[in-house]
Ligand binder design. Structure first.
Ligand code: NAP
Length: 245
């Protein structure tokens, strides 16, 4: 395989799919991981990549995934994740919390830990972690998600220091509102509730985020973009939004 390898988790939809497509266009051989293998295979066919089933919450699935990836990996995009529910702390749903911590935090830990040797072996590794504005702000009713994203961010930033001196870069990408299936999944398929999130403003698209990720990974090796915040123009903070009408 002559092309450098990029691994994208959660590549079956949304930001992960857009990033996989964009990195392939930038010349990477992309390995796509997620649970919905049929979707991954269709995307991989189009971009000349490799589709591998991956459930980041399942240690056996992660082990099988790691066993199937090449010995040298240039880029890892930790993107698999999301939110479940929106409720006050005094109404907290522990199953939702568990899902968010398992997927966003422990999922990122398992995959990153497993791939660090291959990233270092490439001589020019790069870990991009998609956290969120929720990684730097707490907002009402969002504690399960904001706490998980804060933890995922802390994990990512710790690696930046621990791996200093190794040939690996670390970039955290913190999007605001991006119109994907994120809200549909957060609200268990309630399309009206999901649509209302994006009503009256122009949200970011998955391609907007992929664009930023591609920019970060195509800088020269000595340039480390540590943290990139991006939001729609009409969003100044997690819960400070201008809506038309
Ligand atoms: P999305 O359209 O719901 O995509 C989520 C992706 O994660 C899917 O490909 C899904 O694939 C994958 N995934 C979920 N659970 C997984 C698991 N256990 N193992 C492997 N893959 C899993 O949402 P998105 O907006 O693209 O979200 C991508 C990332 O951006 C998430 O980390 C999210 O927290 C973050 N983010 C999103 C927004 C936003 O407004 N959309 C804002 C800030 C940050 P399968 O279902 O096929 O497994």
């Amino acid at each position: 395989m002559n092309r450098p390898v990029a691994i994208v988790t959660g590549a079956s939809a949304g930001i992960g799919e857009a990033t996989a497509r964009r990195l392939a266009a930038e010349g990477f051989h992309v390995v796509l991981g997620a649970r919905r293998l049929d979707l991954l295979e269709a995307i991989a066919d189009e971009i000349g990549g490799t589709a591998l089933a991956l459930d980041v919450t399942d240690a056996d699935s992660v082990a099988a995934f790691l066993a199937a990836v090449p010995d040298q990996v240039r880029v890892l995009v930790n993107n698999a994740g999301g939110a479940r529910g929106l409720e006050r702390v005094d109404q907290a749903d522990e199953d939702n919390w568990r899902w968010m911590w398992e997927t966003n935090v422990l999922g990122t830990l398992r995959i990153t830990k497993g791939l660090l040797p291959a990233l270092i072996a490439s001589g020019d590794g790069h870990v991009v972690t998609v956290t969120s504005v929720a990684a730097v702000e707490a907002y009402d009713n969002g504690s399960g998600y904001t706490s998980a994203k804060h933890a995922q961010s802390a994990l990512h930033r710790t690696l930046r220091g621990e791996l200093l001196g190794q040939p690996v870069r670390f970039t955290e990408v913190l999007p605001g509102m991006v119109e994907t299936d994120f809200s549909l999944n957060r609200f268990e398929g309630d399309a009206d509730r999901a649509d209302a999130v994006y009503r009256g403003l122009t949200p970011l698209t998955a391609d907007d985020v992929a664009d930023v990720i591609a920019f970060a990974v195509t800088r020269p090796s000595h340039v480390n973009l540590d943290r990139i915040d991006l939001k729609p123009r009409d969003q100044a903070a997690a819960a400070r939004i201008h809506r038309a009408g």
